[in-house]
Every structure is written in structure tokens, then in C-alpha cells.
Write a new protein. Structure first.
Length: 279
């Protein structure tokens, strides 16, 4: 079947009525594309899909996991991490504690990227790392910190650019072994993050649409990359309000490469690259 706009609205309304999930303010274009993939993959028409959702809560959870986007990688977009290393994280160098929230953490590579960078800067021991996502499957994957080697082998180049490369002189490399932070088993096709890293973050299920701050803490840094691009304008502003109210003064918000703050919240932040600093 071909999913129509009417089908999409019926799906969103039904899902909201029979579950706790509200996708009414997600981008119609991206949600429609993902719903189309779901009905194709499950070989169901919309009536069959919604019947199963109504009758089986575990099936409903599975569908929600299918329509949420979970794409990430180790040190994704190295120039962003160069900015973090040179201009953003040094702001917190003298903090007794550094509270960091990864909102929409997906499978955790970004969480561990941040921790590796903090460790190289001598700041990890003072950092409190909080990570959330709507999808329980990716949260479990985050906690384990085990990734496919062949799928992620290209991302080791990102590690080299961000961690091994001297940020002040790109021609100079530091001899920092991968084994300091993760174990590579080519036979088993795995990259396994070291236990001293996987034990540190606090992972929680969280819905940016309706949940507030789960941690009863203010944050120095919030990372929410490639998430709000799937929200409509109204929901984006609600999320920006949530982030702004839970950042310390001069706290920083990192968005994705193709995301920006528009509208009423734009003048409440100072923009430095993809980082927004609370005024």
C-alpha cells in the first residue's frame, strides 16, 4: 500500500489514543516515509497494522522503535569535535562537576566519543554523563557498548582525526592506541568499549515530546544532534524551551550539522558553529 496523508494522520491519532506516544508534532514528511517502510516490511495494510497495535502492546512498542530514527557514529563530523575540544569544553575546565546530557543518544557512540574526548582533556573524572532515548532497544545497545567492527571501521578514521591528530597542528599525530578506549576483535567483528567507560553514564528512557528533565539537575552541556530535524516548528520550540530552562547560564547546546534554532528562542542563545551558548 501507499501511505497517504490521511493514512498518516489516522495512524498518529490511533497511536496516541492507545499508547503513551504522541507523534502529532513530528515532521509529516519524515514520519510518512518511515510509516511507509513499516507497512512494507511487515506486509500489512494500515488497518492490519493498527489492529495489531491495539491488541498487542509489545507490538506497539516494536512499531514505535521502528519509526524512530537511530543513526550515529563514533566522532561523527570531526570538525564539530575540533570545536568542542578547542572552544567549548575548555569553558568548563575549572568546574568541580560537569553535567552533560545526551538527548536522543541512539546506540551510544556519541556518548562514548564525548567521554573519550573528556578523558584526553583530563576532565572525565569530574563529568556526570546522562543519556536518554525514546527507543529502549538502542538504550540497551548503548549500555553494552558493543558495535560491529566492519560497519564501524571507517569511523576509526574519525577517532584519528579528533583524538590522535593535534588540534593545533593537523600534520602532527599523537600515539594514542585504540586499546585505551575499546577492544577490537576482527574475528568476532566487534568493537567493545572499555568497561570503565560503559559503567559511567546514566541511561534512561525519555520522550522529548512530553517528558521534562528526568534528572533534577542543570546542565553545562546538552547534545541533541539530528533529532529536532524530525520535529515540526512548534515542537522544536518546545524542546528548545526545555533545553534552555535546564542549562546553566552560559551552558551550551550542540545540534546537528543541518539543524538550527529559529523563531523566539534564537535570540536567547549565542551561536558558535553548531553550538548554541545560553545568554
Amino acid at each position: 500500500m501507499i501511505v497517504t496523508d490521511q493514512d498518516l494522520q489516522y495512524f498518529v491519532t490511533t497511536l496516541k489514543n492507545v499508547t503513551k506516544y504522541d507523534f502529532t508534532e513530528y515532521s509529516d514528511k519524515s514520519l510518512k516515509r518511515r510509516l511507509q517502510k513499516v507497512v512494507t516490511d511487515f506486509n500489512l495494510d494500515l488497518v492490519g497494522l493498527l489492529t495489531n497495535i491495539k491488541q498487542d502492546s509489545s507490538f506497539a512498542e516494536k512499531i514505535v522503535r521502528e519509526i524512530t530514527v537511530n543513526t550515529t557514529e563514533l566522532f561523527r563530523d570531526p570538525p564539530v569535535w575540533h570545536l568542542m575540544r578547542s572552544r567549548i569544553l575548555p569553558r568548563f575546565q575549572n568546574n568541580k562537576t560537569i553535567n552533560i546530557w545526551h538527548a536522543g543518544c541512539s546506540t551510544g557512540q556519541e556518548v562514548y566519543s564525548m567521554m573519550i574526548l573528556l578523558n584526553e582533556m583530563g576532565m572525565l573524572d569530574r563529568a556526570k554523563i546522562f543519556a536518554t532515548d525514546l527507543n529502549t532497544d538502542v538504550l540497551e545497545a548503548s549500555k553494552k557498548g558493543v558495535y560491529k567492527y566492519r560497519f564501524n571501521i571507517g569511523y576509526l578514521d574519525n577517532f584519528d582525526k579528533v583524538i590522535k591528530q593535534n588540534p593545533l597542528n593537523f600534520e602532527e599525530y599523537n600515539d594514542i592506541p585504540y586499546e585505551k578506549y575499546f577492544d577490537i576483535d576482527k574475528l568476532k567483528d566487534t568493537i567493545t568499549i572499555k568497561k570503565y567507560l560503559t559503567d559511567k553514564p546514566i541511561f534512561r528512557k525519555h520522550d522529548l515530546v512530553k517528558d521534562g528533565n528526568l534528572f533534577f539537575a542543570k546542565f553545562d552541556l546538552i547534545l541533541c544532534r539530528n533529532v529536532i530535524i524530525y520535529f515540526n516548528y512548534s515542537l522544536q520550540n518546545k524542546v528548545f524551551e526545555l533545553f534552555h530552562s535546564n542549562l546553566y547560564p552560559k551552558g551550551c547546546l550542540l545540534l546537528g550539522m543541518h539543524e538550527t534554532i529559529l523563531g523566539p528562542w534564537a535570540n536567547k542563545f549565542e551561536k558558535i558553529g553548531q553550538v548554541y551558548v545560553k545568554k
